[in-house]
Ligand binder design. Structure first.
Ligand code: ARG
Length: 464
């Protein structure tokens, strides 16, 4: 990046002496906000067209500016553009390049505009694109989960509470639980998009402009649903970015939970799933190792996204109206948040279809740990035993099975009758894991037929 002297800065007019060299680089943002170039140019083109539509610029002037901006965009695309730290940020770099390219008419672009409404516009345009990319990634991941759920609707696994075997559930049902977490994340991003998609341009530095601008015209060109209501608010608040970041943090928390389970299930102790070789790496020392790096890394990356949310919300705190330079600090956390969640969406979206499900291991695990003890108690309740008494009867039987190191269904009817003299032979049916699963046959339940119906609804919701 090149250096420029102070009197060449767009705001250099009222300054006598040059900026301190350290301050110049300390206050500059071009090394990261240049990433906004496409959105900055898009916003500037709309602004130039609007200025000519209301007669502030002639049609020729605006055409000239648009052509100049387009050629700058392709120069940046080709990596030929020379960014200057002295020109501080993406906005002034592009504006200066425009003047260098098309002459004095380029100096008219900034009429009725400030970098404050300009940058607010850029971030909103950028974030709107990112939300759309996130929604696309989310949809394909969610589709992969429904595919898996449909295939494994009848696969029984142990359901856990406190990571202790609790009751049998369908593996498909478990996949749909993940789907529900992501469905809410998806709704949150869709909802945040409404508040992102509002045009700040026209707010000027803080108090609007004396020129007869047409903000609706710019909004239409840029695809904004609305024009901001208040100029002070529009240049200053970054709540839309905080909201995006909060949604991203929640998404990553959900990912961390999913990944934690994948890591556990992929271990030798569980062996419920096997991840494709393409998603694992080895150890430089232990030849036998195949490590689930991808889910571990996603789990770990939740930290940075949560951290960025804290950074963003804290930088906004206590800022007086209107724009303050604090807001320049919004970009790096936001960019990294976007990159991280887009990458994690891709990684998980590819990983899920590669999972090999070990149905036998899940079934064997579901048979251990007395997973059908509640079904046993429910069976007694249906025979007229109050639930608390039934709970005690089953507790006694479990204690005996633990002593004998056997499963509940291996106890004899005589042994059961020690705890409940009227015990009938059909008690054994209540201990069967498939019966247990099939019996939970209600909306939201884990019976395979319910899981299949939920898959159909899930697909329907994705298509809306
Ligand atoms: N680089 C600045 C930012 O990211 C652009 C706006 C600066 N405005 C100002 N008056 N210094 O927020």
């Amino acid at each position: 990046m090149s250096q420029e002297s102070n009197n060449e800065k767009p705001w250099g007019g009222r300054f006598n002496s040059p900026t301190n060299e350290f301050v110049e680089s300390f206050t500059a943002s071009v090394h990261f906000d240049r990433r906004l170039f496409r959105h900055d140019i898009k916003g500037s083109i709309a602004h130039a067209k609007m200025l000519s539509s209301v007669g502030i610029l002639t049609f020729e002037e605006s055409e000239n500016i648009v052509t100049g901006l387009e050629s700058i965009e392709s120069e940046i695309d080709q990596g030929k553009f020379e960014w200057s730290v002295a020109l501080e940020d993406v906005h002034m770099n592009i504006e200066r390049a425009l003047v260098d390219r098309i002459g004095d008419v380029g100096k008219k672009l900034h009429t009725a505009r400030s970098r404050n409404d300009q940058v607010a516009t850029d971030i909103r345009l950028f974030l709107r694109d990112q939300v759309d990319a996130v929604l696309e990634g989310l949809s394909s991941l969610m589709r992969a989960l429904v595919d898996l759920a449909e295939r494994e609707a009848g696969t029984v696994m142990p359901g856990y509470t406190h990571l202790q075997t609790a009751q049998p559930v369908s593996f498909g049902h478990h996949m749909l639980a993940w789907f529900e977490m992501l469905a809410r994340d998806r709704e949150r991003f869709i909802d945040a998009r409404k508040r992102i998609n509002v045009l700040p341009l026209g707010s000027g530095a803080l108090a609007g402009t004396t020129f007869p601008i047409d903000r609706q015209f710019s909004a239409q060109l840029l695809g904004f649903d609305k024009v901001s209501e208040n100029s002070l608010d529009a240049v200053s608040d970054r709540d839309f970015a905080i909201e995006f970041s909060a949604n991203a943090a929640l998404l990553m928390v959900h990912f961390s939970r999913m990944c934690e389970e994948l890591v556990l299930w992929n271990s030798q102790q569980f062996s419920f799933v096997e991840m494709g070789d393409a998603f694992c790496t080895g150890s430089s020392m232990m030849p036998q190792k195949k490590n689930p790096d991808v889910p571990e890394l996603i789990r770990g990356k939740s930290g940075r996204v949560i951290g960025h949310l804290i950074a963003l919300i804290t930088l906004m705190k206590s800022q007086p109206l209107a724009y303050n330079k604090d807001n320049q600090e919004d970009k790096e956390p936001l960019f990294d948040t976007v990159d991280t969640i887009v990458d994690c969406l891709k990684a998980l979206g590819d990983l899920i279809p590669s999972l090999v499900v070990n149905r036998d291991a899940m079934r064997a695990a579901a048979k251990k740990g007395f997973a059908t003890a509640t079904d046993f108690a429910d069976y007694l309740v249906r025979s007229g035993v109050p639930f608390r008494d039934a709970h005690a009867v089953v507790g006694g039987a479990v204690r005996l099975a633990i002593e004998k190191q056997c499963d509940l269904e291996e106890l004899s009817i005589a042994e059961f009758r020690e705890f409940y003299p009227a015990m009938n032979e059909d008690v054994y049916a209540s201990l069967d894991i498939d019966n247990s699963l099939n019996a939970r046959d209600h909306f939201g339940g884990t019976a395979p037929s319910q899981v299949r119906a939920a898959c159909l609804r899930a697909r329907d919701r994705l298509n809306k």
